[in-house]
Design a protein around this ligand. Structure first.
Ligand code: 6PG
Length: 209
């Protein structure tokens, strides 16, 4: 596994503590994830003392649905931490790859990128065996595959790898097999992330204990 691994009882609480410590100073940028783990992380983050008016918020990926659709990653964050989105310097919903490309080009390098990791080792919407894994000349692309709901928009590795720190949050015994595959060095999408600092936050279940 690339980076530092921390096995903790409360992944969401540790995530919130670390993110709060990393988002210092005006002009900070923070990239959100989707997925079920993210909700608890963002609920905890809303309790942290962060100067959100210094922080611009982006997404790492999004489903191509209306922002008020139940599957929208924007809605996930809006429901989990409404006070954060309301206070942020800027909130850039991900609705069009070309438009987002320009926003990201002006924003990188990102300060903090949050990534969940799918059972198949995907991050954002960079899915196994996808052409999006090999994109080097774009920061944002249209994506998706037949195994995951909805067409997607996703950051590419050049955008993700710009991060000063990537934080992975992985919870539950159902993730233990995937974590073992990551540890084996299998060519999974998450193992292609090459950001300078990477922090894995695992609970005991995901860690395989
Ligand atoms: C999405 C997410 C996706 C998610 C992983 C892990 O849009 O679905 O961005 O990459 O983070 O699938 O999800 P869990 O945290 O629910 O395991």
């Amino acid at each position: 596994m690339n980076g530092e691994v921390k096995v903790v009882n409360d992944v969401a609480a540790e995530f919130a503590r670390i993110v709060a410590s990393e988002l210092k100073g005006s002009g900070s940028t923070f990239v959100l994830s989707g997925g079920s783990t993210a909700t608890a992380c963002y609920q905890q983050l809303a309790e942290q003392n962060v100067e959100w008016s210094d922080v611009s918020i982006f997404w790492g990926d999004e489903r191509c649905v209306p922002l008020d659709h139940e599957d929208s990653n924007y809605l996930l964050a809006q429901k989990a931490m409404p006070s954060v989105l309301n206070a942020a310097a800027a909130v850039y919903a991900m609705e069009d790859a070309d438009a987002y490309e320009k926003l990201v080009a002006d924003a990188v390098p990102f300060d903090v990128v949050h990534l969940g990791v799918g059972d198949d080792g995907h991050v954002a919407s960079l899915f196994p065996d996808s052409d999006t894994l090999n994109v080097e000349d774009r920061l944002v692309v249209d994506g998706g595959d037949e195994f995951h709901k909805h067409p997607r928009i996703t950051l590419t590795y050049p955008a993700i790898n710009s991060a000063k720190v990537v934080i992975y949050t992985v919870v539950g015994e159902n993730k233990a097999e995937m974590i073992n595959r990551v540890r084996s060095g299998e060519d999974l999408p998450v193992n292609r992330v090459k950001a300078e600092r990477q922090i894995w936050l695992l609970d005991e279940g995901a860690n395989g204990n």
